[in-house]
Design a protein around this ligand. Structure first.
Ligand SMILES: [Zn+2]
Length: 212
């Protein structure tokens, strides 16, 4: 596991604070987050938008900033496109990682929650959705981002669920998690991911996946 220098930590901390303030002044970005069911969670996850990029963050201008929060502060950050287009169709990277940063598990604060189970999601927004529904969840930023040491973070849980999307990448994600940590795949209604289900049916929709 990589450790960050005090200077890197301060930088991520300052970035999170700056972009959170930028979001507070940006009703369009707030509207987008509200449409994804995250309007009440801006402070919980310290979400931001890049309007005044810190030096070295110019290429993230206009993107949603998702800080990786840990008990020791902010250790990483990813940036999601907020343009109203289909990123794939216009060859736009939907997510960008912070230059030079490693790969972390997202939402590790949920590892401390008192629960016999945890959900491992494909992506940050799905992890936020489960967490807001009262179901502890962490996120892996894509199937290729899995790191062997993530398994150690999960070993205290009796049951691990994987929440890959209902597409090819999602089933690859579920297979990987099944192999690495014996995760049980959650079955989403056709065409839905955790966030879509949360927006449509609220916390109950996600809870039923676990109980069913
Ligand atoms: Zn885009």
């Amino acid at each position: 596991m990589q450790t960050l220098s005090a200077e890197q930590r301060r930088f991520f901390e300052q970035a999170a604070t700056t972009y959170r303030a930028d979001l507070a002044a940006d009703t369009a970005a707030q509207g987008y987050l509200t449409s994804r069911g995250l309007g009440g969670a801006l402070d919980t996850f310290r979400l931001g938008v890049v309007r005044r990029p810190l030096v070295g963050h110019e290429q993230y201008q206009g993107r949603l900033a998702i800080p990786y929060l840990t008990p020791a502060g902010v250790v990483n950050m990813r940036f999601r496109c907020l343009q109203p287009h289909d990123c794939k169709a216009v060859d736009c990277p939907k997510y960008l990682s912070a230059d030079g940063a490693g790969t972390n598990l997202y939402n590790v604060l949920d590892l401390k929650k008192d629960s016999p189970f945890i959900v491992v999601c494909e992506g940050e927004i799905d992890a936020m959705s489960f967490s807001l529904a009262g179901i502890p969840a962490v996120g892996v930023p894509g199937v290729d981002a899995w790191q062997k040491h993530f398994a150690r973070c999960l070993e205290d849980f009796e049951v691990i669920y994987s929440a890959g999307d209902g597409d090819k990448a999602g089933s690859k994600f579920n297979s990987l998690l099944s192999r690495e940590v014996k995760a049980r795949p959650l079955r989403f209604p056709r065409g839905m991911d955790a966030n879509a289900l949360y927006v449509k049916e609220g916390a109950g929709g996600l809870r039923r996946l676990i109980e069913g």
